[in-house]
Design a binder for this molecule. Structure first.
Ligand SMILES: C[S@@+](CC[C@H](N)C(=O)[O-])C[C@H]1O[C@@H](n2cnc3c(N)ncnc32)[C@H](O)[C@@H]1O
Length: 436
């Protein structure tokens, strides 16, 4: 692979290289190849190229390998722009030009919909590419281990020390040296989560530690190390994916303007990561939509609910996260929307309570696991005329679409939203309608 020092070094050390051709890219950012009857998943490969690879792990049904030398490059291959590429595990497909990244992700999405969802040749709507390849992230999760501050190596918990991340908003990179200076002073620091508002030029920063950091200490470190644009800092513990706030110092929310909408976003609420496509994403959900009554079952701070409220009579948003629902209620007020209400509830209970009601449209935007069994059952019992399903995981999307198409829905169109350039992550919108 070009442009990666560590891989070049290891290439020389290794003699057991296999020469394989890459059929295509698969989910996770791996190139699919075969050697005899063995399937190989190859890191840092591009479709239709001939590469020499080193096997790095043998599994029962396949081997994992990494490219050591490119023999015949794919037309999509380019030099990666980040000095940490190949070491830091944050990016997987930076060695491919952006147009091909979008094409490859769309192909993976369609292949998954066909294989798992049994949907053949759905109408493919124009993808929404990122407005920028770099500097698009307004949120980052920095890892801290053994004096290193950065991101995990591919599939490990080993931290690669980084001075900057080209995917992060440039203002987050301005903040990074301050955070790096501060990190050694916080006992047992494991992670730093940063959220940035481009419209306000403000940061919210969370420090994750297994035991509590003295409040006076964090307060003093904030004063000594962080610029005034960091409007608040908090100390959190983490249990798997769940963060628990111990305390917060300063303001615990910021505001984010997206076109003519203003959203209050609290430190514990979700907000879409890629600021360069926010407006087009909202447009892709609201365009051409009309309803009498709609539900937004994973509403967050009302990112889609409020713009959608202009397209119909009445919309209800719900979310399990109370912080997001508080923000959403506040956001309805500051944006002057009075035909929307928000309820703190999981999707299942919220839908169940509306059993038998006439609902025209349901918007879904679940986490990676997709819809839970109970949720999808009550959803199909309610039989809304239209479902718009935003997904960040093609496999669970395809599983859920199979369920929905078996129960009378047609997939009218699907669209890639490239929320995460340089990475394998695939965000998409599926438009479904019930057959009469
Ligand atoms: C990908 S975010 C989308 C939020 C919002 N649609 C937006 O664009 O900002 C997923 C949301 O689903 C919520 N959530 C997770 N599990 C849920 C469940 N079982 N029922 C309802 N909401 C859930 C999370 O709190 C989070 O706000």
């Amino acid at each position: 692979m070009r442009g990666s020092r560590s891989l070049e070094n290891r290439k020389e050390a290794s003699e057991n290289l296999l020469r394989v051709s890459i059929e295509k890219l698969v989910y996770g950012g791996y190139g699919l190849a075969r050697s005899g009857d063995r399937v190989l998943f190859v890191r840092y490969a591009a479709p239709k190229e001939l590469v020499d690879v080193e096997v790095i792990e043998e599994k029962k049904d396949y081997s994992e390998a990494t490219v050591r030398r490119v023999v015949i490059p794919s037309p999509s291959r380019r030099d990666p722009f980040c000095p940490y590429y190949g070491e830091c595990g944050g990016c997987q497909i930076q060695h491919m030009d952006y147009t091909h990244q979008v094409e490859v992700k769309e192909a993976m999405l369609l292949e998954t919909l066909s294989r798992i969802g049994k949907v053949r040749d759905p109408k493919v709507l124009d993808p929404i590419p990122s407005g920028q390849e770099l500097g698009y992230r307004i949120k980052v999760q920095i890892k801290v281990r053994n004096g290193k501050v950065g991101f995990f190596r591919w599939n490990t918990r080993e931290v690669v020390d980084v001075e900057m991340c080209p995917l992060a908003h440039p203002r987050i990179n301005d903040l990074l040296p301050h955070l790096r200076d501060m990190a050694p002073h916080i006992p047992e620091l494991q992670e730093i989560h940063v959220m940035y508002s481009p419209s306000e030029d403000e940061f919210l920063v969370k420090f994750l530690t297994p035991t509590e950091v003295e409040k006076d200490l964090l307060s003093k470190l904030r004063e000594d190390h962080l610029p005034k644009e960091v409007v608040g800092v908090g100390n959190y513990s983490r249990l798997r994916l769940i963060l628990n706030r111990r305390y917060w110092i300063g303001r615990d929310h910021t505001y984010v303007r997206v076109g003519r909408w203003t959203f209050r976003v609290s430190a514990d609420s979700f907000f879409q990561v890629n600021h360069t496509l926010w407006e087009r994403f909202i447009g892709a959900i609201t365009e051409g939509v009309e309803f009498r009554r709609a539900l937004d079952l994973h509403c967050g701070v009302g990112f889609f609910t409020l713009p959608l409220s202009e397209r119909g009579n009445f919309i209800e948003g719900s979310d399990v996260n109370g912080s997001a629902v508080d923000d959403a209620e506040y956001n309805a007020r500051i944006n002057g929307r009075d035909n929307v209400i928000f309820v703190k509830s999981d999707a299942y209970r919220f839908l169940k309570a509306r059993g038998g009601d006439l609902i025209d449209l349901v918007l879904l935007d679940p986490p990676r696991g997709g819809l839970e069994e109970g949720e999808i059952k009550v959803l199909t019992m309610n039989k809304p005329e239209r479902i718009i399903y935003i997904s960040c995981n093609p496999s669970t999307l395809a599983r859920d679409i199979r369920y929905l198409t078996k129960r009378g829905y047609t997939l009218e169109g699907v669209r890639l939203v490239d929320m995460f350039p340089q990475t394998y992550h695939i965000e998409s919108i599926s438009y479904l309608r019930v057959q009469e």
